[in-house]
Design a protein around this ligand. Structure first.
Ligand SMILES: *[C@@H]1O[C@H](CO)[C@@H](O)[C@H](O)[C@H]1NC(C)=O
Ligand SMILES: *[C@@H]1O[C@H](CO)[C@@H](O)[C@H](O)[C@H]1NC(C)=O
Length: 547
């Protein structure tokens, strides 16, 4: 008993993110690609992971027959459809991670270039699209029955939302910002207190549109103080949406290259660390394309994409962009936070822009970026996939730490032959190096966990690991699953939990105590994946509800 008590004391460990990146950086490890399906029948233009470990995937509905029939012999009638007035094929599926199976879902109105967010209860709210779908709001609950499907609510949106971005807010609403020729935003559900049920003008969106637009799918990040960071073209603001007020504007990102569609770069909010006071936030934006790249494609010139990344510390008194270069130029890449706090930069091309037939030289090698490394050691190059992932490709983090990759349809229709980059219906996964069997002995396995994480309250879990490093190398991280399309992961967020204490409770078994997030601004209520990261090696994620 006494020995056990002593042992426990010895193993009380306080987390320190600086030492958590201890994972030996073995240059030979480049991760592993795996083909999950040669065809899922549709092109994965949009993806969202739900709390039942199923992934909702959908593309647009009006570019011809997909390779998958609608369930129940259903058809869709659309007099505005360019290709088919009657389409009996599906344009959405539900993919089950555990079984690697999928089934067709029914979408009746056009979801092309739309946006989404997951509500507190785990239901996906998807907004907008094109044509008959541009004012439609659709929901998909994380249900398991065979009949579980999309529910569509026509006319809910105040404005047409095509190329808009969404962010879940601390009060549980969703803010929907911009879209083609929409210099405004709206909320779902609508604020009943405001008399106008309409949208609210945001001049910043008007100001940031240039001759090629270059401000669509604006980058949105909810900041820990509750304001919204909005980036469009080369400019960025802190926006107080409750007062409709621009709180501050940051310097333009250097270099002059726009970062939003069609000059699509990508943007992430780096992990929010609750162990620092005040809780700081930092945005990173990578890739993009020159301002006139979209126009020049029409004349047969494919300009080199931008290879620069910029990091901006929002809390600095005079924030300036810290610039660095990726090993190659990239446009249309996705940036995803890995469970250990690294960033994967995946998909995209070296030349051209987003848009139909507008890119060349696909980049099939992902990069991993380590934000806390010394500046010359941050990027490492991963293994090559055999498949180009250009316009309309997607990538999301899965529960087990893999990246799910799909899509690539740079054509107006489903073109499988006679084009440079045929429409791709395949689904792949990429396993980052931390999933290598070489790290199995360091990999934590969660064996028991509180499923509810309450704000400011203590929380605990137990995990087992074969080889425990006797240092402050355990962090606990909450990851909000994001809605991915057009190189941007809406609602992507990672919070490092504070007050982490690790106690040895049995042979190779450890208990972790931590404190729930301080505020709903830091972590809006809802379902998150919780990862224990030990020596840079993450556990599999467990779903917890923050409330
Ligand atoms: C999809 O269907 C088309 C025609 O129906 C066919 O030509 C093509 O090979 C199929 N592609 C895949 C990837 O299944
Ligand atoms: C794609 O296929 C459609 C017919 O399905 C055809 O009209 C169109 O020209 C093709 N696009 C290209 C770029 O070849």
């Amino acid at each position: 008993m006494e020995t056990f008590f002593l042992l426990s004391l010895l193993f009380i460990i306080h987390s320190s993110p600086a030492t958590s990146q201890i994972l030996a950086s073995t240059p030979t490890l480049q991760g592993e690609w795996r083909l999950l399906h040669e065809s899922i029948g549709i092109s994965a233009m949009h993806m969202q992971l739900l709390k039942n470990n199923k992934v909702v995937i959908f593309d647009r509905t009006d570019f011809g027959p997909s390779n998958l029939s609608l369930p129940g012999g259903r058809c869709r009638y659309d007099p505005n459809d360019d290709v088919l007035k009657t389409d009996c094929t599906a344009h959405s599926i539900l993919y089950d991670i555990g079984t690697n199976n999928f089934r067709a879902l029914t979408v009746q109105t056009d979801t092309w270039c739309s946006s989404g967010a997951v509500l507190r209860d785990g239901t996906l709210v998807q907004t907008g699209g094109f044509n008959d779908g541009d004012h439609v709001l659709r929901t998909l609950a994380p249900c398991n029955g065979e009949n579980c499907d999309w529910v569509e609510f026509p006319g809910v949106l105040a404005q047409r939302r095509w190329y808009a971005s969404n962010q879940i807010l601390p009060d549980g609403r969703v803010i929907i910002v911009g879209g083609r020729a929409q210099f405004n935003y709206e909320f779902y559900p609508r604020n009943s207190r405001t008399s106008s049920s309409n949208s609210i003008w945001l001049n910043f969106l008007r100001e940031t549109r240039d001759e090629n637009e270059n401000n669509l799918y604006p980058f949105l990040h909810l900041l820990p103080d509750g304001n919204l960071f909005v980036f469009a073209n080369t400019r960025s603001i802190v926006f107080d949406y409750s007062q409709n007020r621009v709180v501050r504007e940051f310097p333009s990102i250097p270099g002059g290259n726009p970062r939003n569609y069609p000059s699509s770069g990508s943007s992430i909010l780096l992990p929010i660390n609750e162990n620092t006071t005040p809780v700081e936030s930092e945005v990173m934006i990578c890739g993009g394309a020159p301002r006139n790249a979209f126009q020049l494609v029409k004349r047969g010139t494919f300009l080199r994409a931008s290879s620069s990344c910029g990091r901006l510390k929002i809390n600095d008194r005079n924030p300036t962009w810290q610039m660095e270069n990726m090993p190659m130029p990239r446009v249309m890449s996705d940036m995803i936070l890995l469970p250990n706090g690294d960033v994967i930069i995946i998909n995209g091309a070296e030349l051209g822009t987003a848009g139909w037939e507008s890119a060349r030289n696909p980049i099939t090698r992902p990069l991993i970026y380590k934000p806390n490394e010394e500046s010359n050691r941050r990027f490492s190059t991963m293994a090559t996939s055999p498949r180009p992932r250009l316009y309309h490709s997607t990538a999301i983090l899965l529960t087990d730490g893999r990246i799910l990759v799909g899509g690539s349809n740079p054509h107006v229709y489903y073109n499988f032959t006679g084009v440079d980059f045929p429409t791709d219906l395949s689904l792949e996964s990429f396993s980052p190096p931390y999933l290598s069997p070489q790290y199995d002995s360091l990999r934590p396995r969660i064996i028991e966990i509180d499923e509810i994480v309450s704000y400011k309250n203590s929380f605990s879990l137990t995990f087992t690991v074969q080889r425990f490093m006797k240092m402050g190398v355990v962090t606990v991280r909450l990851v909000a699953p994001s809605f991915n399309t057009h190189s941007f992961s809406m609602n992507q967020r990672m919070v490092l939990m504070k007050g982490v204490q690790v106690t040895c409770v049995d042979y190779n078994v450890y208990r972790v105590d931590a404190i729930g997030p301080s505020t709903a601004e830091i972590a809006p209520s809802g379902y998150y994946l919780l990862f224990v990261v030990h020596a840079g090696v993450p556990s599999s994620g467990m779903w917890v509800k923050i409330q």
